[in-house]
Design a binder for this molecule. Structure first.
Ligand code: NDP
Length: 613
């Protein structure tokens, strides 16, 4: 059967009695569940929300959290422009300042710093990575998170704290969308245009627009016909729902709400919706794997005992534990390391032999997660529908202690739309699924973002380099870079924190810091050496592509080949044959190896692979 997990990957000597499940049966079930969801239209099933589409104002440009401010267009020249004021913009600015570069401009579409944490304020929003490793620059700003897993408002406040600490507000312009980037060869400068009529020049551009900058809508027939209220989770309408990110959605007490999607976002906001709404319909195509959260308050004694350098050390250890190496005790009960724990446990039972055990460890992990559904959901039929049948990292794992219990509420109904590969239609008054109309007052789209669609579709900013060549033309046969950062023909342009960082491991903010430090080094070196333009040679780009291909499939985190995984954004809705094909770049060795690689490049000191002018 297409996409079935190969039994050659499965170690036979460990008997079913030891394992507690039949690997063959699970393998067949996984393949069946995948087949049920594969759609020939793949990524095209989603509607792109662009600045000029009918949905743009409501789902992209309008900021429900702030009033729009008017300002005069700017004409200026800067050493560096950072596009985006999320982690990339903040971290790169911080690392540049540490490296002695101060002439910075930050352009941000939101009304404050924070990026994804500015926009995503839905109730229950929380970081799934432990905050001590995830929240950037904790030592530099002297802050210790209150909880092991921070809620969104604390993370947003931390973004503001970084802005204040490094005095970045004076360098930032908010509510501004970059509309074009153009390399001016005669001046060795980038020309930056914006929707505010700005015309700015900069020697260097760092693109920190993040992978989740553009929400997407499911292209359900009739989606534009709905006459009730609707919004996307990343533009939460508290004026309508009442309450705040902590819950208390009293505006929904007399409302019937339909939520479309059950990914990481939905898992976090559904408990508050279940509590607040008169009636909630949850439209589920694929269940998420929902592991326990076990949040804890920060142990103040531990916090006081931390020694300088602790955060980088912790980030490194988290990366290792996640990648299947030794597990530091700090992460022994972390949901991200359950698979590693199971792998090491099975290896123990197989007398230390680890080869061939990965698939079994994954089955075991998912069996444990499926058993949590039975523990928490009273109705066995509903419980059956909530169980995820695929390898753990086929889709983004989720962690929540309130989600499953929400389906025990009498006002919450799970509507399984897997057999029709999604919601059938939307009309003026409701949602059609399984041939039935569910009348709703409000539709909430928890339908995700353009995370792995083509860079052009996701970013949408025209970028013209040497000879006026479009970057998307340069990438017509696949994305090409050096180090996932710089592109041949586009001098002094750095793609920080793009899809590439997604492949380094689960802690996205750590990967960004690694890149930010590297970009700060590169820019300060170019400045100190009086170099105006640094362009990656074609040869260096080729070398990086070869290096990357060698790492493909070597990562521990993969947990199943892409063509045996159920569709989702990790595998371009089931069409990708490559591992975690985020924007067509791949790097299987993890963050530690990437850190070492960049460190070696810097130590060499020759700025290898860059044509300098
Ligand atoms: P996702 O893309 O993960 O989920 C979209 C959901 O919409 C899926 O459940 C999908 O179903 C469903 N869907 C799409 N089209 C239809 C349709 N036609 N009918 C029914 N259902 C449909 O988006 P999220 O916003 O949940 O998450 C995106 C990412 O954001 C996460 O993977 C994660 O990286 C990040 N995130 C991080 C958090 C953190 O803690 N740091 C918290 C929340 C999000 P299907 O699965 O079948 O395609």
């Amino acid at each position: 059967m297409c996409g079935e997990i190969s039994m050659a990957e499965i170690d036979q000597p460990l008997s079913e009695a030891i394992l507690g499940f039949d690997p063959n049966e699970l393998s067949q079930r996984y393949a069946k569940e995948r087949e049920k969801r594969i759609r020939p239209d793949a990524e095209a099933q989603y509607l792109r929300i662009s600045n000029d589409s009918p949905f743009s104002n409501k789902y992209l440009e309008d900021d429900p959290y702030s009033e729009k401010l008017e300002r005069a267009p700017l004409k200026e020249q800067r050493e560096i422009i950072l596009v985006g004021g999320g982690w990339v913009g903040l971290l790169t600015a911080a690392r540049l300042i540490e490296a002695g570069v101060r002439d910075i401009r930050i352009i941000e579409s939101g009304s404050d710093f924070g990026g994804t944490w500015y926009w995503n304020r839905y109730p229950g929003a929380q970081c799934d990575i432990e905050s001590y490793s995830y929240l950037p620059l904790l030592e530099e700003t002297g802050y210790i998170p209150k909880l092991r897993f921070s809620y969104a408002s604390e993370i947003y406040e931390h973004a503001q704290r970084i802005g204040k600490h490094f005095d970045l507000y004076k360098d930032a312009i908010f509510q501004t969308w970059v509309t074009e980037l153009r390399w001016l060869e005669d001046e060795s400068m980038w020309l930056v245009s914006t929707n505010r009529g700005d015309e700015m020049r900069a020697r260097h551009i760092c693109l920190g627009t993040g992978p989740a900058n553009r929400p997407r809508l499911p292209g359900i027939p009739g989606v534009e016909k709905f006459k009730g209220h609707s919004f996307h989770t990343c533009r939460w309408d508290y004026k309508y729902t009442g309450g705040n990110p902590e819950g208390g959605l009293i505006g929904l007490a007399d409302k019937t709400v339909g939520i479309i999607g059950t990914g990481a976002t939905a898992v976090q906001c559904i408990p508050a919706l279940g509590e607040g709404a008169k009636q909630l319909f949850v439209f589920q195509r694929t269940p998420s794997s929902v592991d326990t959260r076990n949040n804890k308050e920060t142990d103040q004694k531990w916090a006081k005992s931390l020694k300088p350098g602790w955060q980088k050390e912790r980030q490194r250890k988290f990366g290792e534990a996640f990648l299947g190496r030794s597990i530091d005790p700090a992460f022994i009960d972390d949901g991200w390391t359950r698979l590693t724990r199971n792998l090491l446990d099975l290896a123990d039972k197989a007398n230390g032999k680890i080869d061939g055990l990965m698939q079994l460890a994954d089955f075991k992990t998912m069996e444990e997660i499926r058993s949590l559904v039975d523990d928490n959901v009273k109705n066995p039929e509903v419980a059956g529908k909530l169980k995820a049948y695929y390898n753990q990292f086929c889709k983004r794992p989720t962690f929540n202690d309130f989600y499953l219990d929400t389906f025990n509420r009498s006002n919450v109904e799970l509507v399984d739309v897997s057999s029709t590969k999604g919601v059938e239609a939307i009309n003026a008054t409701g949602i059609i699924a399984n041939g039935k109309e569910y009348k709703v007052d409000c539709i909430i789209y928890a339908s995700g973002f353009e995370i792995t669609s083509s860079y052009e579709r996701r970013l949408g900013i025209p970028i013209f380099g040497i000879d006026g060549k479009s970057i998307y033309e340069h990438w017509q046969d696949g994305m090409r870079t050096m180090h996932g950062l710089m592109v041949s023909g586009f001098p002094n342009l750095y793609l920080c924190g793009g899809g590439f960082v997604f492949q380094l491991g689960a802690n996205y903010a750590h990967g960004i810091d690694v890149q930010a430090s590297h970009v700060a080094y590169t820019i300060s070196q170019l400045r100190n050496r009086g170099i105006k333009s640094a362009n990656v040679s074609i040869d260096a780009e080729e070398r990086w592509i070869t290096d990357q291909l060698e790492t493909e499939g070597s990562g521990f985190i993969l947990g199943g080949s892409p063509d045996s995984c159920t569709p989702g954004y990790y595998n371009q809705e089931g069409t990708s044959k490559r591992y975690r094909n985020v924007n067509q770049e791949t790097y299987g060795k993890g963050v530690g190896a990437y850190v070492r690689l960049l460190r070696k490049w810097r130590a060499d000191g020759t700025l290898d692979g860059l044509d300098l002018d």
